[in-house]
Design a protein around this ligand. Structure first.
Ligand code: HEC
Length: 159
């Protein structure tokens, strides 16, 4: 009897271990190619949501495009208060004034990647996915850290 219970627990623990492993594998690591593949193929960002206070095409400020759209994944949407949940991603399409897509900038919350600056992985891509700047660029962090209390997010106000 006792043996059965132990075996049962072991099987359950193994199943749970496998399940959490699968979940972890679904998200990319802090890597430009893996992230681009994720946001374009695994979970295409164009199907994500907008923040309710930042929907669709908006005017932007330098250094980003003059027009932009910011797409937000499920983990970000589920974050009611800062800091955002791990796995949260925001993809910003940067357009010219004439609404030609120029650059794609991304922030991705990765546990342990850069704890002293909010664990965000920063990426700037060409529209075809060429990585132009990735990781912990001082420029990105410097400007966005004006809103540390809002977890470096500038287009959405957490209340
Ligand atoms: C000089 C300031 C500045 C720098 C440098 C900067 N940003 Fe931004 N960023 C902004 C502003 C302002 C916004 C708000 C939207 C807008 O006005 O375009 C923004 C918005 C964003 C957003 C949309 C999500 C949000 O609300 O924050 C992403 C993603 C983003 N930036 C990524 C980056 C990346 C990646 C870099 C570095 C390659 C970078 N930014 C460098 C000022 C900056």
């Amino acid at each position: 009897m006792q043996k059965k219970v132990i075996i049962g627990c072991l099987a359950l623990a193994m199943t749970m271990g496998a399940a959490s492993l699968t979940m972890a594998e679904e998200m990319p690591g802090p890597d430009a190619d893996a992230l681009w593949n994720y946001i374009t193929k695994v979970s295409p960002y164009t199907k994500w949501s907008y923040w309710p206070d930042h929907m669709g095409m908006q005017d932007g400020r330098a250094p980003h495009g003059q027009r932009h759209k910011v797409f937000v994944n499920q983990q970000a949407m589920e974050s009611a208060t800062p800091p955002l949940k791990y796995g949260a991603i925001e993809v910003k399409e940067n357009y010219s004034k004439a609404e030609e897509l120029k650059v794609i900038t991304v922030i991705y919350k990765v546990k342990g990647f850069n704890p002293k600056d909010g664990d965000w992985y920063w990426a700037k891509f060409s529209p075809t996915g060429k990585a132009l700047k990735v990781g912990k660029p001082k420029g990105c962090i410097g400007c966005h850290s004006t809103r540390v209390a809002n977890d470096y997010v500038l287009v959405h106000e957490f209340k």
